[in-house]
Design a protein around this ligand. Structure first.
Ligand SMILES: CCC[C@H](NC(=O)CCC(=O)O)C(=O)O
Ligand SMILES: NC(=O)OP(=O)(O)O
Length: 315
C-alpha cells in the first residue's frame, strides 16, 4: 500500500483489521520496521485522538515522528497553481511539500473541508498537491471527504464487539449548531459497505450523503424506525451535502437518549469523538454500559499501526 487516503488504497480489508487486532496484542512486534525512518504529521486543523494515536503507533513501529500545526507553526500554504501570491499565504505547496518530503519518509495530513465550495472540497486539492510534490507516501488524518484511520478503528471495534455474524449498523445524524464536514460519515459508510453488516443511514431530509459513499446503505428519514433492532448505533453530525455546508436543522429530537437506544437490540453506541454531551448524546448513554466510545478511540492506535505497517512494508 503506497498511500493510505481511502479504502481504495486497501488491498485486503480483513487482513488490515486482523493486523490491527494483532498489533493490539503485541504492540512492538514490528518495532524494527520503521527504524531510521521519519513520519511528518501535518495538522491544518485541531486534533486529539488522531494526533496522539498516530504518533504512538509510529513509535510502536520504531519511526521518528515530527508533528506540525501548519499555518500556526509554519507558513500559510497556497494550494492553487499559477496564482500571484500577494495575499496572506507566504509559501506555495510546491516548495513546502517537496521540502517536507525531503525530510520525511511518510507524511500524514489533516485538512478538513472548507464547506464553501463542494467541487473544490471533493477534489481533495491538498492531498492531490502533496501526493504530486512530496513524492513520499501520504496518510489521510482526515481530509475534506474521508477519515480512513477512524473508519478502520470503527471496523476493528465492530469486529471485536459484534455478537451476530451480520449485525445491523445504524449511522444516525446528530444535531449540531455548527456546520461540520461529511468526512467521517462518508468514510464510515464507505468502509461498512464491504463489511458483513446491514447498513442503515438515518438523517433528516436534505442531509443525504453523496451516493458514491452510501452504496448499499438503506436511507430511512425516521430515526426511531431506523434504530429498531440495531446492534450498533454510530452517531455523527454532518452538514448538508445537497445544500453544501449548510445547517438545515439542529432539531434536538435527534439527540440519542436511553429511550432511543431502548428501540435497539441491546445496541452499542459509537462516536468518533469529540462529542458535545447532552446536545448530541445524553449523559445517560455515554456514562452507561452501551457506550463504546472509549474502546473505539483506543482502537485508533491499532488502526494507525496497521495502516503505517502496510505503508512501511511497501516503501
Ligand atoms: C473527528 C471529527 C472531527 C470533526 N469534528 C469537529 O469539528 C467537531 C467540532 C465541534 O463540535 O465544535 C468532524 O466532524 O469532522
Ligand atoms: N476522532 C478523531 O479523529 O478525533 P480527533 O479529531 O481528536 O483527532
Amino acid at each position: 500500500m503506497k498511500h493510505f487516503l481511502s479504502i481504495n488504497d486497501v488491498t485486503d480489508l480483513n487482513q488490515l483489521i486482523t493486523s490491527g487486532i494483532a498489533s493490539k496484542r503485541n504492540p512492538f512486534a514490528d518495532i524494527e520496521l520503521g527504524k531510521n525512518k521519519t513520519i511528518g504529521l501535518l495538522f491544518f486543523n485541531s486534533s486529539l485522538r488522531t494526533r496522539i494515536s498516530t504518533q504512538k503507533a509510529a513509535q510502536n513501529l520504531g519511526l521518528n515522528v515530527i508533528t506540525m500545526n501548519v499555518g500556526q507553526d509554519g507558513w500559510g500554504l497556497e494550494m492553487e497553481e499559477g496564482v500571484i501570491m500577494n495575499g496572506d499565504k507566504a509559501e506555495h505547496v510546491k516548495e513546502a511539500a517537496a521540502v517536507i518530503g525531503s525530510y520525511c519518509d511518510i507524511i500524514g495530513i489533516r485538512s478538513f473541508a472548507g464547506l464553501q465550495d463542494r467541487d473544490k472540497d471533493y477534489a481533495e486539492i491538498v492531498f492531490q498537491q502533496f501526493k504530486k510534490y512530496a513524492e513520499v507516501p501520504i496518510i489521510n488524518l482526515e481530509s475534506a471527504t474521508r477519515h480512513p484511520l477512524q473508519s478502520l478503528a470503527d471496523c476493528i471495534t465492530i469486529e471485536e464487539f459484534k455478537i451476530k455474524q451480520r449485525p445491523k449498523v445504524v449511522l444516525t445524524w446528530l444535531p449540531h449548531f455548527k456546520a461540520l464536514p461529511q468526512a467521517v460519515a462518508n468514510s464510515f459508510c464507505e468502509w461498512m459497505n464491504p463489511m458483513d453488516v446491514e447498513l442503515v443511514i438515518t438523517h433528516p431530509e436534505g442531509y443525504n450523503l453523496a451516493p458514491e459513499f452510501v452504496g448499499k446503505g438503506q436511507v430511512i428519514y425516521d430515526q426511531d424506525k431506523a434504530l429498531e433492532g440495531a446492534d450498533f448505533v454510530y452517531g455523527k453530525n454532518w452538514s448538508s451535502y445537497e445544500h453544501y455546508g449548510q445547517v438545515l436543522t439542529s432539531d434536538p429530537s435527534w439527540m440519542i437518549t436511553e429511550a432511543k437506544m431502548s428501540l435497539t437490540d441491546n445496541g452499542k453506541f459509537m462516536h468518533c469523538l469529540p462529542l458535545r454531551r447532552n446536545m448530541k448524546v445524553a449523559d445517560e448513554v455515554l456514562d452507561g454500559p452501551r457506550s463504546l466510545v472509549i474502546e473505539q478511540a483506543a482502537n485508533r492506535e491499532w488502526s494507525a499501526q496497521a495502516a503505517l505497517r502496510e505503508v512501511l512494508l511497501h516503501i
